[in-house]
Design a protein around this ligand. Structure first.
Ligand code: NAD
Length: 284
């Protein structure tokens, strides 16, 4: 554990928030988990419990460590309670929502509290523009599923100071993850490359060249762990679409980042992937 970090707040208990809560709790950090409604945090903690119980069944985790980790995650219903050493913003990919939360967290917390965003696409400097003390803000981009994926991008905003970066590097290491530094730019490193992977796959299906199941099967046969459509369902079709749209706007409508109509239709139909029971595939 990092000495200066005694507790963690996670704002947003969806796909990523609950995974990051699990990672932090297993590493020994007390975690306050906040979302807009108590039912969401309740479901998130139940999901963490299920995953940890499965790990115990498989012999990957002791029952004691599971119980200790679960006891460290507390659902918090009142935003004003989120006074911590590090607050991780993990809400929907909407700039105004993120900025509002970051500004409120700054008012609530001491000057040495580090604030980070798990955004996939918004420039860190842009999110931080609403802050008074921008030097303690950075991007901390975990990948999905957070408990499994080792890589975390640390994104330095134009005003982020060395101390913040140093603490974040140590924090990531304490979570048994590997950090990679990225310069502030829409989509950073991995998501910028990945955009083209999704865009071309969607275009192949839209153009009638192949169906999505075949595209997934072929890419898996060439060595990818998951096909693009399986991955979009895992990420959340809505989240993936929001990331593409944000990058398309940030790159001044660069055609290679143009959002797909097929993906837009899935979002409009509420077919958001695993989390909604149906995306490209069905999840009974
Ligand atoms: P999600 O839709 O699964 O969850 C978002 C959560 O934010 C929801 O539970 C929602 O209720 C909550 N929320 C919305 N407004 C809020 C507010 N004002 N206060 C508190 N909570 C609020 O989304 P997700 O997939 O977990 O993505 C969250 C963030 O992580 C996004 O910025 C996304 O780009 C990023 N991210 C996602 C992935 C992925 O694969 N899904 C990977 C890396 C980063």
């Amino acid at each position: 554990m990092v000495e200066s970090i005694k507790n963690v707040a996670i704002i947003g208990a969806g796909t990523m928030g609950q995974g990051i809560a699990q990672v932090c709790a297993l590493a020994g950090y007390p975690v306050m988990l906040y979302d807009t409604q108590p039912e969401i945090t309740k479901t998130a903690i139940a999901n963490v419990r299920k995953r940890l119980e499965m790990a115990v069944e498989k012999g990957k985790l002791s029952a004691n460590l599971k119980d200790e980790a679960l006891a460290r995650i507390v659902a918090v219903g009142d935003f004003r309670q989120l006074q911590v050493d590090i607050a991780i913003e993990v809400v929907v990919e909407k700039l105004d929502v993120k900025q509002k939360i970051v500004a409120e967290l700054e008012k609530l917390n001491a000057i040495d509290c580090i604030l980070v965003s798990n955004t996939s696409s918004f420039p860190i400097t842009q999110i931080a523009s609403v802050m008074k003390h921008k030097n303690r803000f950075a991007g901390l981009h975990f990948f999905n599923p957070a408990p499994v994926m080792k890589l975390v991008e640390i994104i330095r905003g134009a005003a982020t100071n060395d101390h913040t970066i140093k603490v974040l590097e140590a924090f990531v290491e304490s979570l048994s993850k590997i950090s990679v530094m990225a310069t502030d730019s829409p989509g950073f490193i991995v998501n910028r490359i990945a955009r083209l992977f999704y865009a071309e796959s969607l275009k192949i299906v839209e153009d009638g060249v192949s169906d999505f199941q075949t595209v997934d099967r072929l890419l898996k046969e060439t060595g990818f762990k998951m096909g693009p459509f399986q991955l979009m369902d895992l990420i959340g079709v809505d989240t993936n679409f929001a990331v593409t749209t944000s990058m398309y706007n940030a790159f001044h409508h660069e055609p290679k980042f143009r959002p797909s109509r097929l993906q837009q239709q899935k979002v409009d139909a509420g077919q958001h992937g695993r989390k909604s029971g149906k995306g490209f595939y069905e999840y009974p």
